[in-house]
Design a protein around this ligand. Sequence first.
Ligand code: NAD
Length: 234
Amino acid sequence: MEPISLSQYERVVFFTGAGMSAESGVPTYRGRGGIWAQYRWEEYACQDAFDADPDKVLAFHQQRRGRVLACQPHAGHSHLAALQGAHPGLSIVTQNTDGMHQRASARDVVELHGSLWRLRCARHGRIEDLAAAEYARRACAECGATLRPDITWFADSVNAAVFARAQRLIEQAQLFVAVGTSGIVYPAAGLVPLAARGSARMIEINPDQTELSGLFAEHVREPAGTAVPRLFKY
Ligand code: NAD
Protein backbone atom coordinates (compact mmCIF):
# COMPACT_ATOMS: atom_id res chain seq x y z
CA MET A 1 0.00 0.00 0.00
CA GLU A 2 1.23 3.48 -0.93
CA PRO A 3 1.61 6.08 1.85
CA ILE A 4 -1.64 7.91 2.59
CA SER A 5 -1.85 11.65 3.09
CA LEU A 6 -4.23 12.30 5.97
CA SER A 7 -4.83 15.91 4.94
CA GLN A 8 -7.33 14.65 2.33
CA TYR A 9 -9.60 13.41 5.15
CA GLU A 10 -11.33 15.81 7.50
CA ARG A 11 -12.12 13.19 10.14
CA VAL A 12 -9.89 10.23 10.88
CA VAL A 13 -10.17 7.60 13.62
CA PHE A 14 -7.38 5.25 14.68
CA PHE A 15 -8.92 2.41 16.70
CA THR A 16 -6.24 0.59 18.69
CA GLY A 17 -6.05 -2.63 20.68
CA ALA A 18 -3.52 -4.66 22.63
CA GLY A 19 -1.47 -5.32 19.46
CA MET A 20 -0.65 -1.60 19.31
CA SER A 21 1.44 -1.99 22.47
CA ALA A 22 2.82 -5.47 21.73
CA GLU A 23 6.10 -4.18 20.31
CA SER A 24 6.55 -2.06 23.42
CA GLY A 25 6.50 -5.30 25.40
CA VAL A 26 3.24 -4.73 27.27
CA PRO A 27 2.02 -8.17 28.34
CA THR A 28 -1.15 -9.46 26.77
CA TYR A 29 -4.17 -10.64 28.76
CA ARG A 30 -4.98 -13.81 26.90
CA GLY A 31 -3.31 -16.66 25.05
CA ARG A 32 0.01 -18.31 25.71
CA GLY A 33 1.94 -16.24 28.24
CA GLY A 34 -1.12 -14.03 28.76
CA ILE A 35 -1.83 -13.08 32.34
CA TRP A 36 -5.23 -14.81 32.48
CA ALA A 37 -3.41 -18.07 31.84
CA GLN A 38 -1.44 -17.43 35.06
CA TYR A 39 -4.02 -15.73 37.29
CA ARG A 40 -7.73 -16.33 37.77
CA TRP A 41 -9.52 -13.11 36.79
CA GLU A 42 -12.24 -14.03 39.32
CA GLU A 43 -9.66 -13.31 42.04
CA TYR A 44 -8.10 -10.16 40.56
CA ALA A 45 -10.20 -8.47 37.91
CA CYS A 46 -13.82 -8.08 38.87
CA GLN A 47 -15.82 -5.99 41.32
CA ASP A 48 -16.60 -9.03 43.52
CA ALA A 49 -12.89 -9.75 43.95
CA PHE A 50 -12.24 -6.11 44.83
CA ASP A 51 -15.09 -6.03 47.36
CA ALA A 52 -13.77 -9.23 48.96
CA ASP A 53 -10.11 -8.14 49.18
CA PRO A 54 -9.28 -4.64 47.87
CA ASP A 55 -5.64 -4.77 48.96
CA LYS A 56 -4.98 -7.96 47.02
CA VAL A 57 -6.59 -6.54 43.87
CA LEU A 58 -4.80 -3.18 44.20
CA ALA A 59 -1.46 -4.95 44.68
CA PHE A 60 -2.06 -7.01 41.54
CA HIS A 61 -2.82 -3.89 39.50
CA GLN A 62 0.16 -2.06 40.98
CA GLN A 63 2.32 -4.91 39.68
CA ARG A 64 0.77 -4.58 36.21
CA ARG A 65 1.44 -0.84 36.24
CA GLY A 66 5.06 -1.52 37.09
CA ARG A 67 5.40 -3.80 34.09
CA VAL A 68 3.81 -1.20 31.81
CA LEU A 69 6.03 1.59 33.16
CA ALA A 70 9.10 -0.49 32.33
CA CYS A 71 7.96 -0.45 28.66
CA GLN A 72 8.35 2.49 26.32
CA PRO A 73 6.07 3.77 23.55
CA HIS A 74 7.38 2.73 20.11
CA ALA A 75 7.71 4.52 16.76
CA GLY A 76 4.04 3.81 15.91
CA HIS A 77 2.79 5.54 19.08
CA SER A 78 5.07 8.53 18.48
CA HIS A 79 4.16 8.86 14.82
CA LEU A 80 0.45 8.73 15.60
CA ALA A 81 0.84 11.44 18.24
CA ALA A 82 2.77 13.63 15.77
CA LEU A 83 0.08 13.13 13.10
CA GLN A 84 -2.55 14.13 15.64
CA GLY A 85 -0.59 17.29 16.41
CA ALA A 86 -0.73 18.21 12.72
CA HIS A 87 -4.32 17.12 12.06
CA PRO A 88 -7.09 18.53 14.28
CA GLY A 89 -9.62 15.94 13.02
CA LEU A 90 -7.58 12.87 14.00
CA SER A 91 -8.95 10.94 16.99
CA ILE A 92 -7.50 7.96 18.80
CA VAL A 93 -10.01 5.51 20.26
CA THR A 94 -8.28 2.79 22.24
CA GLN A 95 -9.19 -0.38 24.07
CA ASN A 96 -5.88 -0.23 25.90
CA THR A 97 -5.57 0.80 29.51
CA ASP A 98 -1.80 1.27 29.48
CA GLY A 99 -1.61 5.00 28.69
CA MET A 100 1.06 4.40 26.00
CA HIS A 101 -0.55 6.79 23.51
CA GLN A 102 -0.47 9.58 26.09
CA ARG A 103 3.13 8.80 27.04
CA ALA A 104 3.96 9.36 23.36
CA SER A 105 2.22 12.80 23.68
CA ALA A 106 -1.13 11.95 22.10
CA ARG A 107 -3.96 14.05 23.54
CA ASP A 108 -7.61 13.53 24.32
CA VAL A 109 -7.41 9.76 23.80
CA VAL A 110 -10.81 8.05 24.05
CA GLU A 111 -10.16 5.17 26.45
CA LEU A 112 -12.99 2.68 26.05
CA HIS A 113 -11.75 0.46 28.87
CA GLY A 114 -10.45 3.15 31.20
CA SER A 115 -6.91 3.62 32.44
CA LEU A 116 -4.53 1.92 34.82
CA TRP A 117 -3.42 5.41 35.89
CA ARG A 118 -6.73 6.38 37.50
CA LEU A 119 -8.93 5.24 40.37
CA ARG A 120 -12.69 5.65 40.67
CA CYS A 121 -15.55 5.14 43.06
CA ALA A 122 -17.72 2.19 42.01
CA ARG A 123 -20.83 3.96 43.38
CA HIS A 124 -20.35 7.59 42.38
CA GLY A 125 -18.11 7.25 39.35
CA ARG A 126 -15.87 10.00 40.76
CA ILE A 127 -12.45 9.66 39.20
CA GLU A 128 -9.07 10.42 40.76
CA ASP A 129 -6.04 10.81 38.58
CA LEU A 130 -3.18 8.97 40.20
CA ALA A 131 -0.40 10.03 37.88
CA ALA A 132 2.56 7.95 39.06
CA ALA A 133 1.42 7.58 42.69
CA GLU A 134 1.07 4.13 44.25
CA TYR A 135 -2.25 2.31 44.35
CA ALA A 136 -2.55 2.83 48.11
CA ARG A 137 -6.08 2.57 49.49
CA ARG A 138 -7.97 5.82 48.90
CA ALA A 139 -11.50 6.67 49.96
CA CYS A 140 -14.23 8.36 47.91
CA ALA A 141 -14.73 11.90 49.25
CA GLU A 142 -18.49 11.44 48.90
CA CYS A 143 -19.20 8.01 50.40
CA GLY A 144 -15.93 6.75 51.88
CA ALA A 145 -15.86 3.62 49.69
CA THR A 146 -12.41 2.38 48.66
CA LEU A 147 -11.56 3.60 45.16
CA ARG A 148 -10.96 0.88 42.56
CA PRO A 149 -8.81 0.94 39.40
CA ASP A 150 -10.66 2.87 36.68
CA ILE A 151 -10.48 0.07 34.15
CA THR A 152 -13.19 -2.15 32.71
CA TRP A 153 -13.04 -5.48 34.53
CA PHE A 154 -14.77 -8.71 33.67
CA ALA A 155 -18.55 -8.29 34.16
CA ASP A 156 -18.26 -4.45 34.24
CA SER A 157 -20.17 -2.25 31.82
CA VAL A 158 -18.21 0.18 29.71
CA ASN A 159 -18.50 3.88 30.53
CA ALA A 160 -21.59 4.89 28.52
CA ALA A 161 -20.50 8.50 27.93
CA VAL A 162 -17.05 7.46 26.69
CA PHE A 163 -18.57 4.79 24.45
CA ALA A 164 -21.10 7.26 23.01
CA ARG A 165 -18.28 9.68 22.22
CA ALA A 166 -16.40 6.93 20.38
CA GLN A 167 -19.55 6.10 18.41
CA ARG A 168 -20.01 9.73 17.34
CA LEU A 169 -16.39 10.05 16.22
CA ILE A 170 -16.56 6.79 14.30
CA GLU A 171 -19.86 7.62 12.60
CA GLN A 172 -18.30 10.84 11.28
CA ALA A 173 -14.99 9.29 10.19
CA GLN A 174 -13.94 9.32 6.54
CA LEU A 175 -10.94 7.13 7.30
CA PHE A 176 -11.01 4.37 9.93
CA VAL A 177 -7.81 2.51 10.77
CA ALA A 178 -7.88 -0.43 13.20
CA VAL A 179 -4.49 -1.29 14.67
CA GLY A 180 -3.75 -4.45 16.65
CA THR A 181 -7.19 -5.57 17.68
CA SER A 182 -8.56 -9.09 17.42
CA GLY A 183 -12.15 -7.84 17.37
CA ILE A 184 -13.41 -10.35 19.88
CA VAL A 185 -14.01 -8.12 22.90
CA TYR A 186 -17.49 -6.56 22.86
CA PRO A 187 -18.99 -3.99 22.88
CA ALA A 188 -15.76 -2.37 21.62
CA ALA A 189 -15.54 -4.72 18.63
CA GLY A 190 -19.00 -3.53 17.56
CA LEU A 191 -17.46 -0.17 16.67
CA VAL A 192 -15.86 -1.74 13.58
CA PRO A 193 -19.18 -2.69 11.91
CA LEU A 194 -20.41 0.78 12.86
CA ALA A 195 -17.53 2.34 10.89
CA ALA A 196 -18.11 -0.06 8.00
CA ARG A 197 -21.79 0.92 7.75
CA GLY A 198 -20.75 4.49 6.94
CA SER A 199 -18.66 5.61 4.02
CA ALA A 200 -15.27 5.51 5.75
CA ARG A 201 -12.23 4.08 4.01
CA MET A 202 -11.51 0.97 6.12
CA ILE A 203 -7.93 -0.17 6.80
CA GLU A 204 -6.83 -2.97 9.13
CA ILE A 205 -3.26 -3.12 10.44
CA ASN A 206 -2.56 -6.51 11.98
CA PRO A 207 -0.01 -9.21 11.13
CA ASP A 208 -2.84 -11.77 11.38
CA GLN A 209 -6.33 -12.12 10.00
CA THR A 210 -9.05 -11.36 12.56
CA GLU A 211 -12.75 -12.01 13.11
CA LEU A 212 -13.44 -8.58 11.63
CA SER A 213 -11.04 -8.64 8.65
CA GLY A 214 -13.96 -9.05 6.25
CA LEU A 215 -15.22 -5.58 7.16
CA PHE A 216 -12.02 -3.89 5.94
CA ALA A 217 -11.33 -3.09 2.30
CA GLU A 218 -7.58 -2.87 2.86
CA HIS A 219 -5.35 -5.06 5.01
CA VAL A 220 -1.81 -4.32 6.09
CA ARG A 221 -0.25 -7.51 7.44
CA GLU A 222 2.58 -5.79 9.31
CA PRO A 223 3.29 -4.86 12.91
CA ALA A 224 2.06 -1.46 14.09
CA GLY A 225 5.55 -0.12 14.84
CA THR A 226 6.58 -0.21 11.20
CA ALA A 227 3.23 0.08 9.40
CA VAL A 228 1.95 3.26 11.10
CA PRO A 229 5.08 5.39 10.43
CA ARG A 230 5.45 4.02 6.90
CA LEU A 231 1.87 4.43 5.74
CA PHE A 232 0.57 7.71 7.11
CA LYS A 233 1.74 11.23 6.31
CA TYR A 234 0.04 14.49 7.03
P1 NAD B 1 -6.26 -8.97 21.62
O1 NAD B 1 -5.19 -9.37 22.57
O2 NAD B 1 -7.54 -9.73 21.63
O3 NAD B 1 -5.70 -8.97 20.13
C1 NAD B 1 -4.47 -8.37 19.81
C2 NAD B 1 -4.37 -8.30 18.31
O4 NAD B 1 -3.17 -7.62 18.00
C3 NAD B 1 -4.30 -9.68 17.63
O5 NAD B 1 -5.23 -9.70 16.56
C4 NAD B 1 -2.86 -9.74 17.11
O6 NAD B 1 -2.77 -10.42 15.87
C5 NAD B 1 -2.52 -8.28 16.94
N1 NAD B 1 -1.12 -7.95 17.03
C6 NAD B 1 -0.15 -8.60 17.74
N2 NAD B 1 1.02 -7.96 17.60
C7 NAD B 1 0.79 -6.89 16.80
C8 NAD B 1 1.61 -5.85 16.30
N3 NAD B 1 2.90 -5.78 16.60
N4 NAD B 1 1.06 -4.90 15.51
C9 NAD B 1 -0.26 -4.96 15.21
N5 NAD B 1 -1.09 -5.94 15.64
C10 NAD B 1 -0.56 -6.89 16.43
O7 NAD B 1 -6.50 -7.42 21.87
P2 NAD B 1 -7.80 -6.54 21.83
O8 NAD B 1 -8.52 -6.76 20.56
O9 NAD B 1 -7.35 -5.17 22.14
O10 NAD B 1 -8.71 -7.12 23.00
C11 NAD B 1 -8.19 -7.49 24.26
C12 NAD B 1 -8.71 -6.69 25.43
O11 NAD B 1 -7.73 -6.66 26.48
C13 NAD B 1 -8.93 -5.24 25.07
O12 NAD B 1 -9.79 -4.67 25.97
C14 NAD B 1 -7.51 -4.70 25.29
O13 NAD B 1 -7.39 -3.36 25.34
C15 NAD B 1 -7.17 -5.35 26.59
N6 NAD B 1 -5.71 -5.40 26.72
C16 NAD B 1 -5.05 -4.22 26.88
C17 NAD B 1 -3.68 -4.19 26.96
C18 NAD B 1 -3.00 -2.87 27.09
O14 NAD B 1 -3.53 -1.94 27.68
N7 NAD B 1 -1.83 -2.76 26.48
C19 NAD B 1 -2.97 -5.39 26.90
C20 NAD B 1 -3.68 -6.58 26.75
C21 NAD B 1 -5.06 -6.56 26.65
